[in-house]
Every structure is written in C-alpha cells, then in structure tokens.
Design a protein around this ligand. Structure first.
Ligand SMILES: [Zn+2]
Length: 376
C-alpha cells in the first residue's frame, strides 16, 4: 500500500526546498503545485498580510468519494515552515534507516514528515479506491514563529468537524491530547533617575524594584500543568545614574485556563506590590496568545485515533504536551484536534533525524484514520 521509495523521495524533495519561518514563499509554490496535481482544490488564505510571513496558509481539499456520503469532513494539518538553520538542507539516508541532514542544518522533518505523509496518503487513498469523506489538508505558515499563520487564519475556511495535527514528538502512536495555553507578558518598571553618588536618595532604582518583583514570583515549574519564565530583564544605563527604567519579558503556560490566569494575576501582583512599596509604578501587559486544550481519553477523537492505531498493530499512548502547536489554534476554533507523533527526533537542532519506518507508519496512520472515520 504505502510506497516507501516514493514517500522517501517526496520527503527528500520537500526538505530540499528552503522554508525558514517567514520565508515560506518557495515551499508554498511547490506545495500548491503538488496538491493541485493530485487533484485537490488548493486555496491560499489571506493570512499573509496579517502574519507578515512569506505565504498564507494552504487549505487543500480532497472531495468525498461519494458526494452524498454522510462521512464527516476531517482535516489533517502540518506546517510548511522550519526553524533556522534551514537553508540548503542536504538530506542523507543512512545505512541504519534514518534520514539526517549533513550536520550543518536542521533536517526539516519538523514538519515535512507530516506533509510527505499527506502526499503519500492521498495517493494511496486514490490508488486503492478507499471511500472517504471530504478531507482538508491544512498546511500552515509561521508555526515556528509562534503559530502566527494559524492564528491569522479565518475560522470560516475550516469545514472539518475534527482533525489531526501531524506535528508531535514521540513514537508513532503517541497522541498529545492536551497542550498548554500561553501568555506573553511585558512589564515596564518606572524608577526615577538621580546621580548615583551625589543624591541617590532622590532616585528610585527600577532595577531594584524589578528585582524585588521577580523575587516575589513563583517561576519555573509551578505545578504539573503550569510553568512560568522570565525570558529577559533589561535595564541599561551609566554606572553613575540610578536606573529609571527596566523592561521584563516573560511567559506563562498552563494546560488549565484558570491556572494560567491565576499565574498571570500572581505575577502582576508581585510587580505592582514591589512598585508600590518603592513609591513607583509599573505597566503590566499580558496577552494570551493561544488557549490550552485538553481531551479526555474517552473523547471520540481520541477513541477514533486509538482504533485506527489498533488496525496497524500499534498502541495508542496519550500524553500532555508541554508546548503549543497549531492544534491549540484549531481546538480554540472549536474543532477537536489531537496532535500525533510523527517520529522525528532532536528537532530544532542540526542532529534532527527521522526513521524511514516512521515516515511509512505516519502515512499508514493517516490512511487508517481516514478509513476509521468512514466507519463512524
Ligand atoms: Zn513542528
């Protein structure tokens, strides 16, 4: 059924097209052409202007085999962009059955493994005349720069009732059924400048105020579902002046929305109380850039995925992810989505690699999910 050589060649050709995040224009052209040549209706959405990336998101629609069928519309999603260094990738097939880069770049299996599985899966569906409903293949831009493509997507382009992201770490069969929501936080502490040697008592050190605020915060691992981090702390000035401005950039994540909100509130309280104690003020701005999601193991989408895995002799293993993905955005649109492991390893490093057998299993899983959906 899956043609391994064809799949590997497809994967190799995809990773050779440069597509560092914000520079998706070349891969977008290639993908448009590929999905069109497979007979899908290809639409690039209008998110490019909003996201500032090299392309919009592609929504490639495979029509149902029977236009009267009651099979639900589903979707698969992968992202077309990669992290850096991702220019001039030279994939190498090892004797051990793994594909790697030449060591100077990433490989780009995150997430072209998912796209290659889609392309192979579509061909298998056609070749084997497998009955299916309408399927949307949603290939986003800007995932690596903070889910910017998916975040800029208009909800109205999505017709699917539920779907699957092919973009998780882990072994094939691992299902990320939950992922944290994330808030980005910017805090500015206002101090008061004064000569550090002549009249420091007339100043308020923003560095000291900000330090006290940070010392009052719970950071790092808050609980099993919640984390927080200060990513930058900047207050720059001459040695002989009491520093009057400090900016902090921070994030908080939680799988549970109210815990995320509570963490943000606690960080805000720490800042405002430290500022008030010093007789000054701060500006605290937080923005929840994407919401969390969580599906119980008994949820229909998780059960369907588990059944599809069983048909391949694979076992489902659900887990909670620590990072966000486009699955957060689609879940946030109200479309139940799980994120499936595609078998890539050491992503975002020059050691990134993937087993050919996992590329094959991911394509098999896609076909099995389509078959299982047709039984619902
Ligand atoms: Zn990814």
């Amino acid at each position: 059924m899956i043609q391994q050589n064809r799949l590997v060649q497809e994967f190799i050709s995809l990773v050779k097209v440069d597509s560092e995040t914000r520079f998706e224009q070349d891969i977008c052209v290639v993908l448009k052409e590929k999905f069109s040549s497979l007979g899908l209706h290809v639409m690039e959405d209008d998110s490019m202007a909003k996201s500032g990336h090299g392309s919009g998101n592609l929504i490639c629609t495979l029509e149902a085999t029977d236009s009267n069928s009651a099979i639900p519309t589903i979707f698969f999603t992968s992202h077309m962009d990669t992290v850096a260094p991702g220019k001039g990738i030279k994939p190498q097939i090892g004797d051990d059955g793994f594909i790697r880069s030449d060591g100077t770049t990433i490989l780009g299996s995150d997430d072209k493994a998912g796209i290659a599985a889609m392309i192979e899966g579509i061909q298998v569906l056609k070749e084997q005349n497998i009955p299916h409903g309408r399927i949307q293949f949603v290939i986003t831009a800007g995932e690596e720069s903070g889910l910017k493509g998916a975040r800029a997507m208009d909800r109205s382009v999505m017709e699917a009732e539920f779907g699957f992201a092919l973009d998780s770490n882990g072994s094939i069969g691992d299902i990320a059924t939950a992922a944290p929501g994330r808030a980005e936080i910017e805090i500015i502490f206002h101090g008061k400048s004064a000569h550090a040697g002549v009249n420091p008592e007339d100043g308020i050190s923003a560095i000291q105020v900000a330090s006290k605020a940070v010392a009052r915060m719970s950071l790092g691992r808050i609980d099993s579902e919640t984390t927080a981090n200060i990513g930058s702390f900047s207050g720059v000035g001459p040695l002989n002046v009491v520093c009057d401005k400090v900016m902090l950039e921070a994030e908080a994540r939680s799988i549970v929305q109210h815990k995320l909100e509570a963490q943000i509130a606690a960080m805000k309280e720490a800042c405002e109380s430290a500022a008030a104690d010093a007789g000054t003020t701060c500006e605290f701005n937080s923005n929840i850039v994407y919401a969390s999601y969580m599906h119980d193991d008994s949820a229909p989408i998780v059960q369907l995925t588990a059944r599809a895995l069983t048909t391949l002799g694979l076992k489902a293993r659900t887990f909670h992810s620590g990072g966000g993905s486009d699955a957060n955005i689609f879940n946030g649109m109200g479309i139940p989505t799980v994120n499936l492991a595609v078998g890539y390893h050491e992503i975002h490093t020059t050691k990134e690699h993937i087993a050919i057998s996992d590329l094959v299993k991911t394509a098999e899983l896609l076909v099995a999910l389509v078959k299982e959906t047709a039984k619902v």
